[in-house]
Design a binder for this molecule. Structure first.
Ligand SMILES: [Fe+2]
Length: 355
């Protein structure tokens, strides 16, 4: 475990796409914030329901936002905000009513590419003591369409079967957005919008539930952050806006952190390493982290979030898309790319090299 002053540069050997900036993993008193930059908020409805011109206009605006900072906020996505309230309550219930002994029965380990299962407090990664408990499930942990060798058994993945039914509703609400989001991104790049339609049919994902307990005064002073600075390894992430703020996004132009302020009910979309790779660096995998909330509630209240990372299956090849110039990267199998990159967090033996 490294110290709370650690820099990302200490781990650059794991990067599978170009990352040139330097940042401290946890929030620090010397950090600067960019209060002027506004992350774009866009209405997704014209792309979902509109004609060719409306789709094109949205794709261009979305593409501009993602190119600039790798993040955009979407309204008009069609998911009922009441569902997010129920998920919020479900995360609270899961983490506070499951004993630590029971949680530890589901300790995270690698399932294909994804480190799936429970991550205890301060053990989200091996490189930084973050003040968060997490729990991750990939597609295999849900009773939804997919290839299986054995019948689905909720108890293999969940402390109580009712949690699978509860959080499956979030998966089923978000899955219909995977292709439209990808299509808008590809259209914005001037690439065939449907180029990943097959790859994204019944694709893999990682649903991560995060529970940030209230901090003690000692933890508050320790310098540990709520979640270390990192880049997502995926194509893109769908993050429903949280009730408690704290998400900070690195602005590579100003070299300052931007505090995310997304209206409740909206979803935050950010591009990850897979997308930076296949877009030939046109869309950045932007660094983000979770710091203390602006209202100071970290000493008295928990924070909850439930981001969903969209992946392709392990055997798919990640290759620079056509028409985006001389490829800066060779084609790579998704599992190789994914596990090399995330062995930064889970240890060198996490990496799976292609056969
Ligand atoms: Fe993230």
């Amino acid at each position: 475990m490294t110290d709370t002053q650690a820099l990302n540069r200490q781990f650059e050997k794991y990067d599978q796409v170009r990352k040139t900036h330097t940042y401290r993993l946890a929030e620090n008193d010397s950090d600067e914030f960019d209060d002027d930059y506004e992350i774009a908020t866009l209405d997704f409805a014209p792309f979902l329901h509109g004609g060719a011109n409306e789709r094109q206009r949205f794709a261009e605006e979305f593409g501009t936002a993602l190119h600039e900072i790798g993040f955009a906020v979407l309204t008009g996505h069609g998911v009922d905000p009441a569902l997010y309230d129920e998920m919020h309550d479900g995360v609270h219930d899961l983490f506070t009513s499951t004993s630590l002994a029971q949680k530890m029965l589901f300790r995270a380990h690698r399932h294909g590419s994804v480190s799936q299962g429970y991550f205890p407090l301060e053990e989200t990664s091996e490189i930084h003591p973050d003040l968060v408990e997490g729990w991750v499930w990939c597609r295999r942990a849900f009773d939804i369409p997919q290839e299986r060798e054995l019948p689905f058994r909720a108890e293999d993945f969940w402390p109580r079967a009712e949690y699978e039914r509860h959080f499956r509703r979030l998966v089923l609400a978000h899955e219909p957005l995977f292709k439209p989001i990808a299509q808008a991104i590809f259209q914005g790049l001037g690439v065939d919008p449907h180029i990943y339609d097959r790859k994204l049919t019944d694709t893999n994902f990682g649903l991560r539930l995060n529970y940030y307990p209230p901090m003690s005064e000692e933890q508050d002073r320790s310098g540990a952050g709520r979640l270390l600075g990192h880049e997502d390894v995926d194509l893109f992430t769908i993050l429903p806006a949280t009730r408690t703020d704290g998400l900070q996004v690195w602005n590579h132009r100003s070299r300052k952190w931007v505090k995310m302020r997304a209206p409740y009910g909206s979803i935050v979309i950010n591009t990850g390493d897979y997308m930076q790779r296949i877009s030939n660096d046109r869309l950045p995998s932007t660094t983000h982290r979770v710091g203390k909330p602006s209202d100071g509630s970290h000493l008295s209240a928990a924070r909850v979030s439930f981001p969903m990372a969209v992946y392709v299956w392990e055997d798919e090849i990640l290759e620079v898309l056509p028409g985006l110039g001389e490829p800066k990267y060779p084609p790579v199998k998704a599992i190789t790319f994914h596990t090399r990159s995330t062995s930064k967090f889970y240890g060198d033996d996490y990496a799976v090299e292609s056969a």
